[in-house]
Design a protein around this ligand. Structure first.
Ligand code: NAD
Length: 249
């Protein structure tokens, strides 16, 4: 894990990932650098880790300081060690349905749907958010499972009119209370990816949990929902990377 700078949220995320590694018996190595680290220095570290046979997965914690081009750093990671699934090769593999690392957050959402035995075929799934790390890969994963998928975003007109059609509603925006009970179809599955701080500084999602749980058939809380699943899928991807790296007889 490479952590550059002192973003407090990033420090919490990295700490949680290290804890999960300790609990499951994965070896984790944290390399922490000051915000003054140059892009060239970071690229050099990534390249060294690509060649290090004792490291199976490389994770560069985002966001990076503004003087570093995050995409350039992600593209420097070997696709074989891209356990975050952000490399363009991983994104392309997901797009065409080839084997590759899937981004951990949407992958975790798919695992949750699988765990409740939900059949996506023929269902209408609505994803709010179109980022490369959550919204877009989420939509593709749902599509691979034969859902009819709608992606909403900041320019979508009349969000509620679309979300009310959703059998599965996934909110990945970063706005507290964006999704309220009147925007949810009765019985729908609601997955809240959002991570926000409310006025009291407490962690909350994009969904008005108390209101929406009266309407939804199934709903994930924040904290304790998508967050832990994201870390679990990171471990899954890392295990897969390690297995692929094993010399096979
Ligand atoms: P992002 O800022 O890259 O993307 C947000 C998306 O929301 C954009 O595509 C934008 O078009 C859309 N949007 C903004 N305002 C909107 C509105 N009013 N209506 C509809 N769409 C709107 O964010 P991201 O990286 O995709 O993350 C989204 C949220 O998920 C954040 O709260 C982030 O912290 C959280 N997140 C959680 C985890 C986890 O492990 N639980 C992982 C990644 C991201």
């Amino acid at each position: 894990m490479l952590l550059v700078g002192d973003n407090p949220a990033s420090q919490v995320y990295v700490r949680n990932k290290i804890k999960a590694c300790e609990e499951t018996g994965f070896k984790s190595v944290l390399e922490q650098y000051p915000a003054s680290l140059t892009e060239a220095e970071l690229l050099q570290r990534v390249k060294a880790l690509n060649l290090d046979a004792s490291i199976h997965g490389i994770l560069v914690q985002l966001p990076l300081p503004v003087h570093i081009d995050a995409q350039k750093v992600i593209e420097a990671i070997s696709p074989a060690k891209d356990v975050d699934g952000f490399h363009v090769a991983s994104a392309g593999a997901l797009m065409v349905g080839q084997p590759g690392f899937w981004p951990c957050t949407p992958y975790g959402c798919m695992k949750m749907l699988e765990s409740i035995g939900y059949t996506l075929r023929g269902k209408h799934a609505v994803v709010i958010g179109r980022s490369n790390i959550v919204g877009k890969p989420m939509a593709l994963m749902l599509l691979h499972q034969h859902a009819t998928v709608t992606i909403c975003h900041s320019s979508t007109a009349d969000l509620g009119q679309i979300t009310r059609q959703a059998d599965v509603l996934i909110a990945a925006v970063g706005k507290q209370n964006l999704v309220t009970a009147d925007m949810v179809k009765p019985g729908a599955v609601v997955i809240d990816v959002g991570m926000n701080r409310n006025a009291e500084g407490k962690l909350c999602g994009d969904v008005d949990y108390e209101g929406v749980k009266q309407v939804a058939g199934w709903i994930t809380p924040v904290p304790g929902g998508v967050g832990p699943m994201t870390i679990t899928m990171l471990l899954m991807n890392t295990l897969k990377a390690a297995e692929h790296a094993l010399p096979h007889a």
